[in-house]
Design a protein around this ligand. Structure first.
Ligand SMILES: [Fe+2]
Ligand SMILES: [Fe+2]
Length: 144
């Protein structure tokens, strides 16, 4: 089965019309696709080289998510966004979940790479549509 299956990637419905944030969201989905390039079949138990390659991408994704959350929260502070506490707690929970999954994955692939990738994909999709989008409307009203 192709490991790229079911990966929707960045779509127009994610656009917030805040260029820096849109660029970062796009980049995150591009990085996500790199997990599929790191190992040809994410459903099977990976060999050591494949695990290393996947972990490299996961590290990159984690660092990039951290940078992105910091950027986004700075935009929120700029306009005193009332939803910032909820956003921050969701961002922090994502980081905690990803770090835990990555550790489990490194300790003998207890969870398959596909599960981590799908978790990140679905989390980002839902988070952008349900939380980042309402923020962007607030931001544009305040700054536009
Ligand atoms: Fe975001
Ligand atoms: Fe966010």
């Amino acid at each position: 089965m192709s490991s790229k299956l079911n990966l929707i990637g960045f779509t127009e419905e994610y656009l917030l019309d805040i260029p820096e944030i849109d660029e970062q969201h796009k980049r995150f989905f591009d990085l996500l696709a790199k997990i599929g390039d790191a190992a040809p079949d994410l459903y099977k138990v990976l060999d050591d080289d494949e695990v290393d390659a996947v972990v490299d991408v996961l590290d990159e994704l984690r660092d990039y998510a951290m940078l992105h959350f910091r950027t986004e929260e700075a935009y929120m502070r700029e306009v005193d966004y009332p939803g910032i506490a909820k956003q921050k707690s969701e961002h922090n929970r994502f980081m905690t979940d990803v770090i835990r999954m990555e550790a489990e994955f490194m300790n003998g692939s207890a969870i398959p790479a596909i599960k981590i990738r799908n978790f990140m994909h679905d989390w980002y999709r839902e988070h952008i549509l349900e939380l980042d989008k309402p923020f962007s409307l607030f931001y544009k009203e305040k700054t536009g």
